[in-house]
Ligand binder design. Structure first.
Ligand SMILES: CCCCCCCC/C=C\C=C\CC(=O)SCCNC(=O)CCNC(=O)[C@H](O)C(C)(C)COP(=O)(O)OP(=O)(O)OC[C@H]1O[C@@H](n2cnc3c(N)ncnc32)[C@H](O)[C@@H]1OP(=O)(O)O
Length: 695
């Protein structure tokens, strides 16, 4: 029996060896316990001959018992559903995660599961792709028995106990779906509405609902045909390729390396038993919650008494809400608080999360260096400041790294771990491992202004402003970006996070200047084109949602519903007239090309500079930290899908039209990759190494 050891009529995951076992896979084409080998998906459209095999098992005259240990995911669970009985070890996990790979369970899973456990429960598992424990699987009716002992022995005993019983009632394909309470059509319409809203252009969740609907409304054989048709459209879609790339990209980024030769497999992390968080503003609170939820004792230091009192309440509430959602006890006992920095004396690692003010941060790093254990790791949650300058304030600069969390820090999956020129490999390994324990996708990046995410974002934001100057509206720009798959366009995000945040940074950088002059020189700063539009709005007190208006209007301060603002439209008209700009019609394609290709171009510069180790790192940063639609893989994967020659040609075109915008000038790495035949994204790392060595 392919991929499973046949113990007479028991199906149990075969023990695999070597590389295959490492990957949790069996060595032939049938899916092993973790499901099909995702790497094989691109190779064939037909998939393994699993469906006839499952049919044969189900149609057999001897009772077939699936013994499930470890993971029974995807094709592995579909195979088990073809058996007449299922027994799981208590530590087993089961699920149909195909949707997370841009697919649907197409070996009968979408047809059998609803027949076995009912439409609502099956929809939940198939649409979310979540894994369930053996206990939940038993409760749902997916498995017949859970054992703490040797699963195959338990299955043999079970098979003997049912031998001779009629099997007709055990063939799931012969079942009808259990009736739902209420109207079936209404249920599917409601689910489809929710799925379409949440999917934001992802096609697999929609196809999953359609397949389950087929199970609920068609005879099994026709349902299988529908399952196959739907799968055929997904199987070769760009979305499936992007999600499968992303699966491996997430795993690749944990195998970090730096240009100086430090590597994940040669650097042992230091043990971290207790952590301190300095500063309990929004970020500090989220970080403290994420640490406590990951099981770390946390001491949180906030010197302002009022802020400390508020923060204690807020953190407890966040912990309680999180615990309620997960059905566990709130880890309130992990938290302690102090207004005195001396409280960090015994911790192994500190995360500083005070305001983005270099002077203040430097002072704190000097204090930490004096107060902490000499081998404590000192981390900063800065989103853009120079980690090396902070390191230079301490006795042990090799123990300083950046840990850049994204708001809200207890929710967002991304962590940029920033190594400076003096950070030791062990410090980097420790921060990476802490991030992993906190459930984050941790990406090691080099130290430069904005690191990876914010450095690329700058180029994107700049294009959004320029497009307004040239004739676009915030609505036009946002709808193009939302149509692409971002949950919010740039201008809505900017209103949500507050326009004053960027204004403060631009003032510090000497870009935002008081007063407005006319003529072209008013829009040139530091030798390049600059748009003061954001500054002008801030000067008028329009900071976004919190003040009731920004790029949109919100009815009242704190309002959340963005509506187009006629004042803003007239303001833009006046601004263009004042600066002699003749508005033109801008189409959504130009919005996408200008914003996304400028961002991608900066991504190539980052690869060229060695700030990110590979395209996977950049893609994970954008998918998990910046709302890049997961089913588009990330900006660098997207560039490869569009075709590097096309990205290059469009950048050249826009740079010719806007020679005063250096971000549109195609970067030399992009040119060289195109000249070397545009290798697939998986080969860029190698190609970049080769190109660097030729320089
Ligand atoms: C045209 C119409 C065609 C119709 C054809 C229809 C026929 C359909 C037939 C079969 C279809 C089957 C569908 C599937 O089975 S889809 C695959 C479902 N399985 C999964 O999605 C599981 C993915 N894996 C995971 O979620 C995790 O790996 C997990 C099992 C939870 C274990 O997690 P953890 O312990 O943290 O380990 P890692 O994630 O780090 O994984 C360890 C290494 O194993 C590699 N891996 C894991 N799963 C797979 C896989 N399914 N395929 C390939 N490789 C896999 C992973 O990359 C790690 O490798 P490395 O260390 O090198 O990075």
């Amino acid at each position: 029996m392919g991929g499973f050891c046949g113990n007479k009529n028991i199906l149990a995951p075969k023990k695999c060896s070597g590389e295959a076992r490492h990957r949790g896979l069996t060595q032939n084409s049938a899916p092993g316990p973790k499901g099909a080998d995702i790497k094989e998906f691109g190779d064939s459209e037909s998939g393994p001959p699993l469906i006839p095999m499952i049919h044969a098992i189900e149609a057999g005259n001897k009772p077939m018992v699936a013994a499930i240990e470890g993971f029974a995911l995807g094709g592995g669970l579909e195979l088990a559903l073809g058996c007449h009985y299922r027994i799981a070890h208590s530590k087993a996990r089961l699920g149909l995660p195909e949707v997370t790979l841009g697919l649907l369970p197409a070996a009968g899973g979408s047809q059998r599961l609803p027949r076995l456990i009912g439409v609502p429960a099956a929809l939940d598992l198939i649409i979310t792709g979540r894994h369930v424990t053996a206990a939940e699987a038993l409760q749902l009716g997916i498995v017949d028995q859970v054992t703490d002992h040797h699963t195959v022995d338990a299955a043999v005993k079970f098979a003997l106990s049912v031998a001779g019983r009629p099997l007709d009632a055990r063939r799931i394909s012969s079942y009808s779906c259990p009736p739902v309470s209420g109207d079936l059509d209404a249920l599917f319409e409601e689910v489809m509405r929710k799925v379409r809203r949440g999917a934001r252009g992802a096609i697999a969740p929609v196809a999953c609902v359609q397949a389950v609907r087929a199970a609920a409304t068609l005879p099994y054989a026709r349902g299988m045909e529908r399952e196959r048709e739907l799968m055929a459209t997904l199987f070769t879609s760009g979305q499936a390729r992007a999600l499968q790339y992303s699966f491996f990209a997430q795993r690749a980024v944990s195998r970090w390396s730096t240009p100086s030769g430090a590597r994940w497999d040669a650097s042992a992390p230091k043990p971290v038993r207790k952590v301190a968080v300095i500063g309990l503003g929004t970020m500090g609170r989220g970080i403290a919650v994420a640490l406590a939820q990951a099981g770390f004792p946390v001491v949180s230091v906030e010197t302002q008494e009022k802020q400390l009192t508020e923060a204690k309440r807020a953190v407890s509430q966040m912990l309680e809400r999180g615990a309620k959602r997960r059905g566990v006890a709130a880890p309130l006992d992990k938290m302690s608080y102090s207004s005195n920095i001396q409280a960090v004396a015994d911790v192994d690692l500190v995360i500083e999360a005070v305001f983005e003010d270099m002077g203040l941060k430097k002072k704190i790093f000097q204090q930490l260096s004096a107060v902490c254990k000499p081998d404590a790791l000192l981390c900063t949650n800065t989103s853009s400041l120079d980690v090396d300058q902070l390191a230079s304030q301490t006795r042990n600069p090799e123990l300083v790294v950046g840990m850049h969390f994204f708001a809200p820090a207890h929710v967002m999956k991304l962590l940029e771990v920033v190594y400076g020129p003096r950070s030791s490999p062990q410090a980097l390994a420790t921060a990476m491992q802490l991030g992993k324990k906190m459930g984050k996708v941790s990406v090691a990046v080099g130290n430069c202004p904005g690191f990876v995410g914010n450095r690329m974002l700058k180029a994107y934001v700049e294009q959004a402003f320029f497009l307004l100057e040239e004739g676009a509206t915030p609505e036009l720009v946002d709808s193009a970006l939302e149509e692409f798959g971002f949950s919010m366009g740039f201008f809505k995000v900017s209103d949500l996070s507050g326009l004053d945040v960027g204004w403060k940074v631009r003032k510090e950088d000497g870009l935002a200047l008081p007063g407005v002059s006319t003529g072209p020189s008013a829009r040139i700063r530091q030798g390049r084109r600059y748009s003061p539009l954001g500054d002008l709005l801030c000067q008028r007190g329009r900071f976004g949602q919190k003040t009731g208006s920004g790029w949109y209007q919100y009815g009242k301060p704190g309002g959340r519903v963005a509506t187009p603002d006629p004042w803003l439209h007239s303001f833009l008209e006046e601004y263009r007239a004042q600066h002699g700009l003749v508005p033109r019609r801008i189409d959504p394609q130009e919005v996408l090309e200008r914003c996304l290709y400028a961002l991608i171009n900066e991504g190539f510069r980052i690869l060229e500079d060695g700030i990110a180790a590979g395209p996977e790192d950049i893609d994970c940063i954008y998918v998990f930290g910046y709302g890049w639609p997961h089913y588009r893989g990330g900006p660098m994967f997207y560039a490869a899908m569009v075709g590097l020659p096309k990205v290059l040609e469009r950048l050249e075109h826009y740079y010719r039209a806007h020679p005063d915008v250096p971000d549109l000038q195609p970067c030399s790495l992009l040119r060289r990759l195109v000249a070397s035949g545009s290798p697939p994204v998986q080969k860029w790392k190698e190609a970049i190494k080769k190109l660097h060595s030729q320089l």
